[in-house]
Design a protein around this ligand. Structure first.
Ligand SMILES: [Fe+2]
Length: 283
């Protein structure tokens, strides 16, 4: 078994979320924060401002006039869209390269992360979790960050993991834990601790495959779990582990979601996918 401490030390090879993005994440989760507080944070960071304006002026958004200020961008695109762009911009760098071991092509982990984030947001907005939508978006975006570090260890142990998954009924994350001593959920939570994420965000990353029964009672984690399943069903950014996780139908029941509701979210997410290809490489 690989030394787990060696794997955890790989967190230092990631590019940490810039402090300004972390502050914006915290403000976005606070119902009492105002648009001007968030705009001020962006305005006082020239590099973030330049990135946001460049993205907003891309043809993708189809704006009728040029956007020259952050406040303009917020007025034209809405604060939610700008917060999401900040989050995508802060995390993209880590997700660009394909990790070994998961059978993903170039950019596929990033595609999956971004589509999961939008699927989670669609679920949150359509099922009464509006105030939590940025937290859910962020958790879904970052849930598989552990894979970036785990990849080469998974590649090294892939045969053993494969046997457990295909012959002994393990889910992929259970097999990672058994063979390597840690799985990508736990490692993702370690990243969150190191980068001083809030407890709830760390919990959602840690339990996004819901192997732990108690996590199935947590509605926000359930949204991230369902978003992951939806993206796997759509087949976007799905690698060798794509069909190797468990589906807990009781999560749908507890969330009072019918299969029809799920189909509607799959449809809406699929529509969003059509637009995402261009956005993925803008941030
Ligand atoms: Fe995962």
């Amino acid at each position: 078994m690989t030394n787990v401490d060696d794997i955890i030390s790989g967190i230092d090879t990631l590019r940490p979320i810039p402090p300004v993005a972390a502050q914006i994440m915290a403000l976005a989760e606070d119902e009492n924060s105002s648009m001007s507080e968030i705009a001020d944070l962006i305005v006082h960071d020239p590099s973030l401002t330049a990135s946001i304006l460049k993205i907003c002026n891309a043809a993708y958004f189809g704006l009728s006039r040029r956007v020259d200020s952050v406040r303009d961008a917020i007025v034209l695109l809405g604060l939610d869209e700008i917060i999401e762009l900040v989050l995508l911009n802060a995390t993209a760098e880590n997700f660009r390269d394909e990790p070994d071991g998961y059978g993903l092509g170039e950019g596929e982990l990033w595609q999956h992360a971004v589509l999961s984030a939008y699927a989670a947001k669609i679920l949150a907005e359509s099922h009464g979790f509006t105030s939590q939508k940025h937290l859910v978006f962020t958790a879904a975006l970052l849930k598989d960050i552990g894979k970036i570090i785990m990849g080469r260890f998974v590649a090294f142990s892939y045969e053993k993991i494969n046997i457990l998954v295909h012959s002994r009924g393990y889910s992929f994350n259970e097999a990672e834990k058994e063979v390597i001593g840690i799985n990508h959920e736990e490692l993702g939570a370690r990243v969150g601790q190191k980068w001083r994420f809030g407890d709830q965000l760390i919990y959602m990353i840690r339990h996004h495959h819901m192997t732990d029964k108690t996590a199935r009672d947590d509605p926000e984690t359930a949204l991230v779990y369902l978003a992951d399943i939806i993206c796997m069903m759509i087949g976007f950014g799905t690698g060798v582990d794509g069909l190797a996780y468990r589906f807990y139908s009781e999560v749908l029941d507890r969330m009072k979601l019918t299969e029809k509701d799920l189909q509607n979210v799959i449809f809406d997410t699929g529509q969003r996918r059509q637009k995402l290809d261009k956005l993925l490489y803008l941030v």
